[in-house]
Ligand binder design. Structure first.
Ligand code: HEC
Ligand code: HEC
Ligand code: HEC
Ligand code: HEC
Ligand code: HEC
Ligand code: HEC
Length: 400
């Protein structure tokens, strides 16, 4: 009879120990809140909710934890329509107050919603521990550099546009005409007596024509500065810049897959089921989204960037492993109302960057296989590892 008592008190001890551990674990969850992930998840809410300040499409969310308990919020965020339809008095009331606009469902876990709530509670700021401290003047310098970089890019884009509009066509035909006139004179009319004039003009025109033909032939199949009109006037400036929607919200496969992908029309509906009007285009362009959904026909976006079939290119490799920013290859898309291809996507462009760009070698498991290079970096024999050293110029890496 003694034994069970001993084990009972043993169990009791471990029960206390468990509770203590559980308490710390749970409070650990609490302090883990307002992470950068919350900021990212809140992007999806921001279109319709201010934290404080005027009501947008939905009510401002500060003080929400005083109005509602967490269990209610979880249910409402995941499927508000269900809560409203269940007859919940509070839900019905706010639904009616907000012009009966249903809040779209969000596929978030309890922990993710907790995190968002902590982020809201903190006035829309990530917890201090997640903010990398940058000394004051350092931060200023960075800001200045970023502004300068933006300006430079804007200038470059303007230059590119000008270049793109400049066509070699007129020069080509004028030179051809001069060449013909001189040839006719040389063999027929003989108005100009000095033969060296003919020879000089012929040589110069042949050179100019040759140069133009070479340039055009090399660029054949490439489409730098290509900027087609799209079936819907979709502006990256409005979405990515003015409304700060993350690139990965729409191009969600860029980190895991070969393709960055263009979002299906359902993703547009996440917001446009309620945002029915734009400041620039009114209702005409957004109406095309509803039309696509009704007819079941996907929007036929025109692909801007196109590599030939014999080239292998992977976004995951560059965005995830290489940690490159979209702008390094696509330019400042967030300033574009209509997307333009700013780089020529030539083989020289790829290789040039591979020669110059350092890979994130140090603690990247992706590169563990390169023992020899690691040794050399350690011994100081080489200072940095660029993409070409890990195979970035091997023909077979880029060509099938
Ligand atoms: C497309 C617009 C839209 C988006 C996006 C949206 N909401 Fe809402 N939300 C609403 C509307 C409208 C209401 C008012 C209730 C209703 O009409 O159903 C609301 C109500 C709420 C409420 C209750 C507010 C109160 O004062 O009681 C909470 C909490 C909430 N939303 C959280 C979120 C969170 C968290 C997200 C992001 C994960 C989000 N919402 C995204 C439109 C939106
Ligand atoms: C190293 C250069 C590079 C980087 C970095 C890069 N891209 Fe691309 N992107 C390309 C090239 C090259 C293509 C053309 C691919 C093809 O035609 O096969 C492309 C194509 C695309 C397309 C067209 C659809 C597709 O998947 O082919 C989208 C959308 C896109 N990129 C978005 C992005 C976004 C968003 C990012 C940042 C998360 C990004 N890209 C980063 C080079 C890059
Ligand atoms: C995360 C929310 C969100 C998503 C997703 C979204 N939009 Fe928008 N969209 C907005 C907001 C906010 C506006 C700005 C409305 C305004 O002008 O005040 C807007 C504006 C627009 C406009 C009008 C622009 C103007 O100013 O006239 C068009 C057209 C549009 N979106 C198309 C699309 C398409 C197509 C998709 C899907 C590929 C999409 N949107 C996805 C939030 C979103
Ligand atoms: C709200 C959704 C949305 C967001 C946010 C968004 N895009 Fe896009 N993106 C699209 C759609 C839709 C298209 C296809 C229509 C077009 O080309 O304008 C597209 C096209 C592109 C293309 C051209 C693809 C091609 O056909 O070659 C690039 C590059 C691109 N996006 C990069 C970005 C970058 C970089 C960001 C972040 C700064 C971003 N996108 C943010 C929806 C979005
Ligand atoms: C802005 C710089 C940049 C541009 C432009 C660029 N790359 Fe890269 N690329 C990198 C970096 C950095 C790495 C190494 C990191 C990694 O493995 O992703 C890399 C790696 C690669 C690899 C993997 C090599 C290996 O070791 O397996 C391939 C394949 C590749 N790039 C193809 C291309 C192609 C094709 C293009 C042109 C259409 C291109 N890249 C344009 C920066 C660039
Ligand atoms: C970093 C990626 C990369 C590597 C490495 C690479 N290529 Fe290319 N290659 C490309 C791209 C991108 C194109 C398409 C260029 C275009 O459309 O103008 C191309 C085009 C070509 C073409 C077609 C002709 C042309 O200019 O369009 C040939 C042939 C070729 N490559 C051979 C090679 C050989 C041989 C090697 C090895 C010495 C090699 N490539 C290594 C990316 C690469």
């Amino acid at each position: 009879m003694m034994i069970p008592i001993v084990t009972l008190s043993g169990n009791f001890k471990s029960l206390i120990a468990c509770s203590i551990i559980a308490f710390f674990v749970l409070s650990g969850v609490q302090t883990k809140a307002q992470t950068p992930e919350a900021e990212k998840n809140f992007q999806a809410c921001k279109v319709c909710h201010n934290i404080s300040g005027p009501k947008l499409i939905g009510p401002s969310l500060s003080g929400i934890l005083e109005r509602r308990d967490k269990a209610w919020i979880y249910k409402f965020v995941r499927n508000s329509t269900e809560v409203v339809q269940s007859g919940d008095a509070y839900a019905v009331k706010i639904f009616e107050e907000n012009n009966k606009i249903p809040m779209p469902p969000h596929n978030l876990t309890d922990a993710q919603i907790d995190d968002i709530l902590a982020f809201i509670n903190n006035g829309g700021k990530v917890a201090a521990e997640y903010i990398v401290a940058v000394p004051e003047n350092e931060a200023e310098k960075l800001e200045k550099e970023m502004v300068a970089e933006r300006e430079l890019l804007a200038e470059k884009q303007a230059d590119m546009k000008r270049d793109a509009n400049r066509s070699f066509g007129t020069t080509f035909y004028i030179t051809l005409a001069i060449l013909l006139i001189v040839l006719i004179d040389l063999f027929g009319t003989k108005i100009i007596k000095a033969k060296f004039v003919h020879t000089t003009v012929i040589l110069i025109s042949l050179f100019v024509i040759g140069e133009i033909m070479y340039k055009e032939a090399a660029a054949l199949g490439r489409q730098q500065y290509y900027q087609p009109d799209q079936p819907i006037w979709f502006s990256h400036k409005v979405h990515a810049d003015q409304n700060k929607i993350d690139c990965l919200y729409c191009h969600s496969t860029a980190e895991e897959s070969k393709y960055a992908g263009v979002p299906p029309t359902n993703v547009c509906l996440n917001c446009h089921s309620v945002v029915r009007q734009g400041k620039i285009t009114g209702t005409t362009e957004i109406a095309k989204i509803y039309q696509a959904i009704e007819t079941g026909k996907p929007v036929e976006w025109i692909k801007v960037h196109n590599l030939p079939d014999h080239v292998f290119f992977s976004h995951a490799q560059h965005v995830k492993a290489g940690k490159l920013a979209c702008a390094q290859c696509h330019g400042d898309v967030n300033t574009m109302n209509v997307v333009m291809q700013v780089n020529d996507l030539s083989m020289g462009w790829c290789i040039d960057c591979h020669r110059k760009t350092e890979v994130q070698f140090a603690d990247n498991t992706f590169y563990q296989a390169y023992k020899e290079l690691h040794e050399k970096v350690k011994s100081g024999e080489i200072k940095k590892v660029t993409a070409d050293m890990v195979g970035g110029t091997d023909c077979m890496k880029c060509h099938y």
